[in-house]
Design a protein around this ligand. Sequence first.
Ligand code: PEP
Length: 260
Amino acid sequence: MALRRPMVAGNWKMNGSRQLADELVKKFAKLKDDSAEVLICPPTVFLESASRLLDESKQSLDGRLVRLGAQNVSHHEYGAYTGEVSASMLREFGCKYVIIGHSERRRMYGETSDIVADKFATAQKMGLTPILCVGESLAAREASRTFEVISGELDAVIEKVGTLAFDNAIIAYEPLWAVGTGKSATPEQAQEVHAFIRQRLSDVSPFIGEKIRILYGGSVKPSNAADLFSQPDVDGGLIGGVSLNASEFLAVCSIAMNAE
Ligand code: PEP
């Protein structure tokens, strides 16, 4: 992991209130260590106040240390798409990153790999860095189809934007059976898939393979983060449930900051 700056990204999903959001942001804004990049992805309607609070906190002389990301984005740039939010709007609200293809969106909102690839392309075009989520179901793992599923999800994006587009992207490996279940992948299971993803990118561009950050997501908590983050190809985590608990999230951040 030492080759790449680790990242810890908090995905709040559709949780909290304006009050909780403000309280969490104020606590995270006290971070002073930048040896890991810390990102929070609140619900869209809380982005503006989060952005303002982060700016007011003046974490460092040259800007904020805690980054803002969105949980979703439209694959269209603008237009008559009721209820959607565009990448340029998210930029205006202070976002640098956007989560793309989270398993909850693929499963519950019918996001196909094709739509995910379009979202990836639009986000990048409009200046956001996509965090592309990939991961297999329990049935796929049990049928020894993990690599096949991951390859399919990656290839859909690579076919649309090319491998070089991953120069400005992050990948999150999130096995569906570990997301929100309390049952994390073992460090060895995570490392095996992360190494596979890195190798696939390296086959086309060794530079990108070496450079890209691959986060692990799925029931990360303070008690398992150190073992996961110490794997050579695990560059930090995408954190769901625990990201709503300030002390636990900060503990995970601190583990990433000190990971070897
Ligand atoms: C997620 O939603 O991306 C996630 C990893 O959730 P959890 O940490 O709760 O498993």
